[in-house]
Design a protein around this ligand. Structure first.
Ligand code: ADP
Length: 189
């Protein structure tokens, strides 16, 4: 099974993906985590994307598609992938469909976490104070939200047309959201 967790920045996709990984035999493929690892390691790629990420913009499609190509093999060895923060543009979504089709695989479900933007702003302001991730500062977060609204939201009709789009309420306790996710995926544990 391959699924996409969908929603605005800070909707809780990463948190839910990690819970699924712990309980299912799947891997989390987060382009944000991959890009941050590159910047931390100071690779050429990391240096190239650092400024864009700091400003809250989107890294080029070619770069993130390549990262997914490299990392998808890990998911094939186990029970599938949980895509988190990818795809973010229609070009990325098309590239992902193509990559999976070439390997005889597909996206099974796209799960949208429905969240309240005002609450997210508060959540992220708190995370910024606690964790100090530099793109969580309120001004940059706004830019990230705008990138989501202008480019990533366009994926909703794309997946709706494929009949793969599902929605769950994303506000509330982490475990409560996870329960909803679990019943949607029919996961028993
Ligand atoms: P969040 O979902 O909280 O915004 P991520 O960790 O997914 O955080 O992404 C952090 C940053 O990494 C983004 O603001 C963007 O600059 C870059 N990034 C991550 N994934 C992608 C992607 N699929 N396409 C373009 N840029 C990306």
């Amino acid at each position: 099974m391959n699924i996409i967790l969908f929603g605005p920045p800070a909707a809780g996709k990463g948190t839910q993906a990690k819970l699924l990984v712990e309980r299912l035999n799947m891997v989390q493929l987060s382009t944000g985590d991959m890009l941050r690892a590159e910047t931390r390691a100071g690779t050429e790629l990391g240096q190239k994307v650092a400024q864009i990420m700091r400003d809250g913009g989107l890294v080029s499609d070619d770069i993130v598609i390549e990262l997914i190509k490299i990392n998808f093999a890990r998911a094939e060895k186990v029970g599938g992938a949980i895509f988190d923060g990818f795809p973010r543009t229609v070009i990325q979504a098309e590239a992902l469909d193509h990559l999976l089709a070439m390997r005889g695989a597909k996206i099974d479900k796209v799960i949208r976490l429905v969240v309240d933007e005002t609450a997210l702003m508060e959540r992220i302001a708190k995370r910024f104070l606690e964790q100090g991730r530099n793109d969580d500062n309120p001004a940059t977060y706004k830019v990230r939200l705008e990138a989501y609204n202008s480019q990533t939201q366009a994926l909703l009709p794309y997946y709706k047309a494929q009949d793969k789009l599902f929605e769950i309420e994303g506000m509330g306790e982490v475990e409560a959201v996870y329960e909803r996710l679990q019943s949607l995926l029919h996961v028993v544990h």
